[in-house]
Design a protein around this ligand. Sequence first.
Ligand code: AMP
Ligand code: MG
Length: 801
Amino acid sequence: MKKKLSTTDITGVILAGGRGSRMGGQDKGLIDFNGLPLVEHLLNALQPQTGAVLINANRNHERYQRYGLPVVNDELSGFQGPLAGFAAAMQEAKTAYIMTVPCDGPTIAPDMAERLLQALQQNDAELAVAHDGERLQPVHALIPVSLLPSLLAFLENGDRKIDLWYAQHRMARADFATCRDMFRNINTPEQQAEMEGAKIPLPSSTTPFPILGFCAWSGTGKTTLLTELIPRLKFAGLRLTVIKHGHHNIELDTPGKDSYRFREAGADQVLLASRKRMAMMQECKTQREPELVDVLHFVNPDCADLVLVEGFKHTAIPKIEVHRPSLGKPLLFPDDSHVIALATDDMTLETPPHITKLDINQPDQIAEFVLNWMKKGETPPSTHHIRSAPSCADDLDPTSLSVAAASSRIMDALQAVSPALKRPLRDALGHILAEDVISPLNVPNHVNSAMDGYALNGTDLPGDAIREYRVIGTAFAGVPFSASCAQGECVRIMTGAPMPTGTDTVVMQEQTEAGAAGRVRIGAGHRSGQNVRQAGEDIAKDSCVISAGRRINPADLGVLASLGISELSVYRPLRVAFFSTGDELRSIGETLRDGEVYDSNRYALYGMLKQLNVDILDMGVVRDDPTALEAAFLQASAIADVVITSGGVSVGEADYTKLILDKLGQINFWKIAIKPGRPLAFGKLGNALFFGLPGNPVAVMVTFLQFVQPALLKLAGQTADQALLVDAISQSRLKKRPGRMEFQRGTVSRAADGKLVVEKSGYQGSGVLSSMSKGNCLIILPEASATVEPGDVVQVQLFGW
Ligand code: AMP
Ligand code: MG
C-alpha cells in the first residue's frame, strides 16, 4: 500500500541562484524588503509548512549558511535557469518531494504545500505546479525527488525550458487564483518600491503582541462588531489595544483647549496626561498615509495582550473580513491571503477551507474564534501568566518573549522610588544625584593665563617685526598684578594668574628673548587673545553642572568642590532583599551530603548588587516548602524595595512557588527567548518589585545583568546607563541555533594588529560558572543568528568588574 503523503515529506527550496540582472546584479535573496532580507521572508513562510527547507544559491554561501540550512549551488554552472537549481535541490533533499519558490516573491500562501499536495493526489499526478487562474507559474512547483534522473537526462541533452520538461510528466495544476499576490515578484527596484508600499509584512514574531485586523468596505459594521467583541475579550481576561486608521484629519481637541493651542503654536507632539487617561497627539509631517508599522511603536505592551486593528487594509497581518452581500461590494479575501475568517450575515456564502465562516450576528462565536486563534500559538505570547509547557530543546518557541520585549515591559513598569536626602559631598560618592546642580560661580572665576610668559594687549603685538617691550611687573596665581599695562609694555605672568588690566594675550616664555635690562623681545606669529582662559570657560555661573540621575563619580566630586559645594541631594539607596530556593542547597560552612550543592547564587548576586551601591539584605536559603517560601516572600517584600530570588521558576518545578506568588502578588511568569535563563518571573509582591530568576548559576548572572541591573538603576533614580557594547572579531566557533538570544562567556583582548578579538572562555553550560569567572565579557548573539564562525564580528558586553 502506498504511504500517505504529508507536507513533512516536502523540502521547501528557496531559489536564490539568479543573476539579479535587473536589480543591478544584486543577489536578490539578500535584498532588504521591509526590513528583512527576501530569503528570510521565504524562510518564515516555508518553515511552518514543510518538513525541511534548503537554499539554492550560487553566491554568498557564507551569508546564506547563517540560517543553519543546507545551501546548494546549481547543478550546472553559469546561471542556466531554475531547472539547474531544481536538480541541485533534488540531489540534496532528504525528503520525497521538493517544493520550489523563487526568492524574489516574498508573499507565500501559508497553505501552499497543502494545496500543491492536494492537487497532486487528487489528479494522481507525478508533479504539481501552481496556476494563478490565468497562467501556469512554473517555479512554484511540487516535484518528486524520484524524477532526478529524468531531469538530469533532460539537462544533459542541452534542454533548459521548464515547460518542456514538465510536459514529459503527468502534471497537476494547483489552483492559486485566490492568492495571486504570491506570484508578484521583485525584478526591478521599481517593483520593489511598489510592493513595499502595497504590502507591509508584519510577521507577528516582530511584535511582542498578537495583532488581528478587521477589514471591510466602509459601512459594513466593523466598528460595531469591534465594540461588541471588546467587552467579550476583556471578560476573557485580555488587555486590549485598538488601532484605527482615520482617513481624514483627526481632530481630538477643539480650538481653545490648551493642547490645541500647543499644537497650533507648533509643538510636534503633545501629550495629555490626567489621572484617568493619557493621550498623545503627533503631527505627521510627511502627509502620507501612515502604515501600521508607523503606529505600532506607540503601543504599550502592558496594555496589549492583543492588538485589534481597524483599517490598514493592505497590511500583511491576520485579518477577519467583515462582509454583507446586501451592500453589493466584492469580497476582499480572494485578493488577500491574510484573511483567516469571514464574518458575514449570509451563512450560505462559499469560502475556501482555510477561511473560517463566522456569523456577524453572533459576537460570542466570533470572540471564541479570536481566543482559539490566540491559543493556537500562532501569535506571540500574552503577558498574562504563561502556563504552556516549554521544552528545553526547543529554540524556536513561538510563545517566548524576546529579550527586548521583556526588557521594555520591565522598564516601562518602573519609576524611581527612592526619596532624596542630603549628604556631605564626600559621602555622596557612588550615590545618585536627585537634583540638578546649578553652578553658583564661574570656573575659572577670573580671566587668567594658560601659560607662563608675558601678558600684553593683542593690538600691541609686533606684527611681522620683532619688538622689545618693557616688563612692568609680575602676576602670580593668587597674587594679581594691580597696575595697568600700556602700549609698549608687558607683564611677566604665571599660569593661573589673573590677566592684568589692559592685557588680553599671553606670549609663551619660550617664544621670547631677554632684551635690554627690564625688557623682553617678542617676534612674529602670535594671535590676539592666545593662551588666555576666559572666566566661566569651564563652568559658567548659573549653568547646570551635573544633572539629576547621575551616579556621582570622583571627577564629579572634584568639580563640585571647585564650586564650593559642600553637600548634595541624593536618592536613598535601594533596599534589595534576596534569597535562594532549593532543598539541595547548603550554605558555606555546612557539610555537603549526596546530591547537595553549595549555594553560589547568593554570592554572585551579592557581588553584582554591591557594585550598584544598594543596601543588601541577604535572607539565606529557603527550602522548597510552601510555608517557608510564603513566609520568606512576605518578609522580603515588607522590608525591601526589590526582592530577588533564584531557583524554582522553571516549568517542572514544584508548582507551589507559582501558586504562592500568584496569591501574594501580581507576577508574570515569562518564557524568554534567551539562553541561558529562559524562565523569569517578574511583577509586584506587595509594594516591592519582584524578580524570580532561574536557578542555574550562569542563568542567574546573565538574567541579572540583562533585566535586573537596568531595572535597579532606573528604580534608584539613575538615568542613562546603557551597558557599553563593543564589536570584536570572534576567534572561536560559537555554536548556536536561531531562535533565542544567547549570551556566551568570552575573553576580549587586543590582537597584535590592534584589533579587538574575543574567544569563548570555556564550556557554555548554564550551570558552568567557571567560564563566567574566567571570562571578561558576555558575547551577545542575536535571536536570529546561527553559528558564528571564526572571523565573524560579534558584539560583546564587558563585565567591567
Ligand atoms: P531550579 O531552577 O530551581 O530548577 O534550579 C536549576 C538548577 O540550578 C539546579 O541544578 C539547581 O541545583 C541549581 N541551583 C539553584 N539554585 C542554586 C544556587 N543558589 N546555587 C547553586 N546552584 C543552584
Ligand atoms: Mg530548585
